[in-house]
Design a protein around this ligand. Sequence first.
Ligand code: CUA
Length: 319
Amino acid sequence: MVPAELAPVAAPEPGSVLDPVGPEAAQIAGLTWFMITLGGLLWLLTVVFLVLALRHRAHREPRASDRGAKSFIAVWGVVVPIVVLPIVFAYSLVVGVDISRPPPPGELTVEVVGHQFWWEVRYPEADVVTANEIHVPVGRPVRLEMTSADVIHSLWIPPVAGKLDLLPGQTNTLSFRVDEPGRYLGECAEFCGIQHARMQFVLVAQPAEEFAEHLRALQATTAEPVGELAEAGREVYLAAGCGQCHRIEDVSEGADFAPDLTHLATRDTIAAGMLENTRGNLAGWILDPQGLKPGVRMPPNNLSGADLQALLAYLESLE
Ligand code: CUA
């Protein structure tokens, strides 16, 4: 049994579409406000007409002419929708086309692969693979090249960009820019299985130098564990079969369906944004992932206390 305190909310608070942090998101927010305002006005008008009609009936006022009633229906039921709907359609089209434009030159490309129920993240230029955490520099255009390894997922970071599906066998690209540094919650927005709701990630927008430093740190990874305990931990990792699913650079090949652990210790969360990356949470996750996240692909691991401590020391050394 895993105690309840093992499952705090680790990822940042969900952001809002109405609180945009970049130009693409600002366009979407503008469209959203336009629709809310227009819809609200039309709703108010409808209520006013309804009240007038009810009062009319209650006072048993004589009926207006048939002609008047017919032209009222023609104007409000036909003419107004014919004018209003194309305006809404045109505005959404303009926004849709504008935010799907390829980014200006100098963009950062990040590859994202959706898996049940986590996100594989690759920086092809830096030759770095990680998971459930996308770092981007503030103010620089970003292009996410997205695909799926299994079923259809959808990537959504509400204050940053619109939703876009990740489809098996196809690459979709999502372009955006983030102008405010921060940690933003990203979610899967397409039902993809039992843990769809906990398929989250963190988008970290940071100043350019900090981002470059982060990438350099990931590139400089050494696979050699430091200290006896961590060394023993690597043996546990291999003997327990962790490496059959997980990849660690120069240690294990892994398989396609489990997150790369080469930089595990640099990540703020584990279990796709669900748990803070602490020693206790990591231990609980290794022993009983099904208890924390039923239906996840990882099986439980029955390790002795000593083996677990060694394995944790090793995993916490993976920077
Ligand atoms: Cu992935 Cu829902």
